[in-house]
Design a protein around this ligand. Structure first.
Ligand SMILES: *[C@@H]1O[C@H](CO)[C@@H](O)[C@H](O)[C@H]1NC(C)=O
Ligand SMILES: *[C@@H]1O[C@H](CO)[C@@H](O)[C@H](O)[C@H]1NC(C)=O
Ligand SMILES: *[C@@H]1O[C@H](CO)[C@@H](O)[C@H](O)[C@H]1NC(C)=O
Length: 516
């Protein structure tokens, strides 16, 4: 999951200091070595991830289902995603891939009962698309394709597509604006909106895969046309001044006329998955989405040229900076770490070794954020501006190459996700080991009696304190990528070269590509 700026927790983030806990810290090396002595083969590791998924699923079913998410410390629940059972829908494609028939059947029966026309809260077009719509479409693609032996009741499978259409029909009025650029915050009861004059780059540009897939499956072109009309302004950005480097564009688009209203460039949250989907649309259908690929190539080349940055204290590391009006911002985010995977995917699909190599550099930078902390988990955001190093992190900056801006870990997947692309495309087991290390560290630090909790400080003993929330993307993404890295080859796995038969949406829901 990308793009949300729901970093309110993170904004409060405690900052870690390597010297503050000289004795009482969890011994990451010991945790890693114990786990590796218990699970040494890929099969044993894949099974260990299944065990973690089952643990979280059981806790969710016991204390939170059919609400959106478990509160894993208090054993309560939350409904942050309109109360339609976000964790269940988000868990579907992972449960299918793991062959977890019980969970799959529970989720399918739940989905058949959801009334997407009812909610008391504002709806996010973006979040609803990437979690619910994509979760159902992916379930449909998997259960009518390579996982067709898992479920006998074909009515339940067909319901996934019917409910996808029902949901899109509830949401589609969001695109009814003067330009066709949608509102992201909508009221489905009043057909109202949040009154914004602009929409964000990522939330506008991370709809097109799901809405196009829905049209291709139903034969009704309306959904594809709505999302592609909105995307057309992103592919032909105006005015020229808001595309400061070829392919790299501003962060906000006028809902009135589709023009960019700023020239602030970044791969961080808020813009991120716009870039991600440019190349994924080409993977989805190279015939129809060649222009998207051309825009991604421009953006990728400009990124290498203008945004790549190396911390003064560890110049061998590569991070991506942001740019606005002549100024560079030397900070990055866990969210941004999808970037390595995007370069590796684009590089392998387009046969561009330079993109793969740069993607691996980014992957190594993100690994350093995990490798340098007491828990073995990376922070939510960090910086490397030598003039801004906090006084209590001078030694940490020297050693690690960055300082921590927010020490939260909210169960995000992006680092593991890019390790996964690196492993699948290079075949180098180092990346598989990094996924295992990250998974073991998350299991050791975040696990509660009923699931997995966000933690407040990855550079403190045991993650500082636990934050009482388990985002649905734990099921959709962290568990899926951790599992796939150790599972046997399958049609849904990412492949090297241009032969992928599935493409993962930004929430890790695999969609069947068009030409198969
Ligand atoms: C995950 O944590 C549980 C509970 O502490 C433990 O039993 C299990 O072995 C751990 N899994 C791994 C792979 O470390
Ligand atoms: C949505 O609109 C309805 C009907 O006007 C109103 O009662 C409700 O409070 C609105 N919901 C939100 C979250 O603003
Ligand atoms: C960090 O990397 C080093 C060198 O590859 C490795 O030995 C160590 O186990 C890693 N530590 C963590 C916490 O991942």
């Amino acid at each position: 999951m990308r793009a949300t700026l729901s970093l309110s927790l993170a904004a409060l983030g405690l900052v870690g200091s390597a010297t503050a806990y000289p004795h009482a810290y969890q011994d990451t090396e010991a945790v890693l070595s114990t786990a590796s002595s218990q699970a040494s083969t890929s099969q044993e590791k894949a099974d260990a991830v299944k065990e973690a998924f089952q643990h979280a699923w059981d806790g969710y079913v016991k204390y939170a289902f059919p609400h959106d998410e478990l509160h894993p410390v208090s054993n309560g629940y939350g409904d942050s995603r309109n109360g339609w059972g976000a964790s269940a829908v988000d868990a579907l494609s992972t449960a299918i891939i793991m062959g977890n028939t019980d969970a799959v059947n529970t989720i399918l029966e739940h989905i058949a009962k959801i009334d997407y026309s009812q909610t008391s809260d504002q709806v996010s077009l973006f979040e609803t698309t990437i979690r619910y719509l994509a979760g159902m479409l992916s379930g449909y693609d998997l259960l009518t394709g390579p996982a067709s032996s898992l479920v006998k009741d074909s009515d339940l499978i067909d319901t996934l597509l019917t409910q996808s259409k029902n949901l899109a029909d509830v949401l589609k009025f969001a695109f009814d604006t003067p330009s066709g650029v949608p509102y992201n915050g909508i009221n489905i009861t009043s057909q109202g909106n949040d009154g914004s004059s602009t929409n964000g780059l990522a939330v506008t540009g991370t709809l097109v895969l799901e809405w196009t897939r829905l049209s291709d499956l139903t034969g009704d072109q309306e959904y594809a046309e709505l999302s592609q009309k909105a995307e057309s302004y992103l592919l032909n950005p105006k005015p020229a001044s808001n595309e400061p480097f070829p392919g790299l564009v501003g962060s906000h688009i006028s809902i009135d006329n589709g023009e960019f209203t700023d020239a602030s460039v970044t791969w961080n949250g808020g813009d991120d998955s716009f870039y991600e989907y440019l190349i994924k649309m080409y993977v989805y259908d190279p015939k129809r989405f060649k222009t998207y690929k051309d825009r991604w190539v421009l953006a990728a080349e400009s990124t290498q040229k203008h945004l790549a940055a190396h911390p003064s204290s560890r110049p061998e590391l590569t991070f991506l900076s942001s740019y606005n009006n002549g100024n560079y911002d030397l900070s990055s985010q866990h969210l941004t770490c999808f970037d390595g995977g995007s370069f590796i995917l684009g590089g392998t699909v387009l046969d561009r070794q330079d993109f793969i190599d740069f993607g691996l550099e980014l992957v190594h930078g993100c690994e350093a954020t995990y490798n340098s902390t007491l828990t073995g988990i990376g922070p939510d955001s960090w910086g490397w501006d030598p003039s801004k190093v906090p006084s209590d992190q001078k030694a940490f900056y020297q050693k690690a190459g960055f300082y921590i801006n927010s020490g939260y870990y909210v169960l995000r997947p992006e680092v593991i996700e890019s390790f996964y692309y690196a492993y699948r495309v290079t075949g180098d087991s180092t990346y598989q080991d990094w996924i295992w290390n990250a998974f073991v560290s998350i299991n050791a630090t975040c696990r509660t009696d009923s699931g997995f909790a966000a933690v407040t400080n990855v550079n403190a003993a045991n993650g500082g304190s636990k934050d009482d929330n388990q985002e649905s993307f734990l099921f959709a993404e962290v568990m899926k990528y951790s599992y796939l890295a150790h599972a046997e080859d399958a049609e849904w796995q990412v492949q090297a070269g241009d032969k992928n038969t599935f493409v993962f949406n930004t929430e890790a829901h695999p969609m069947r590509v068009k030409h198969t």
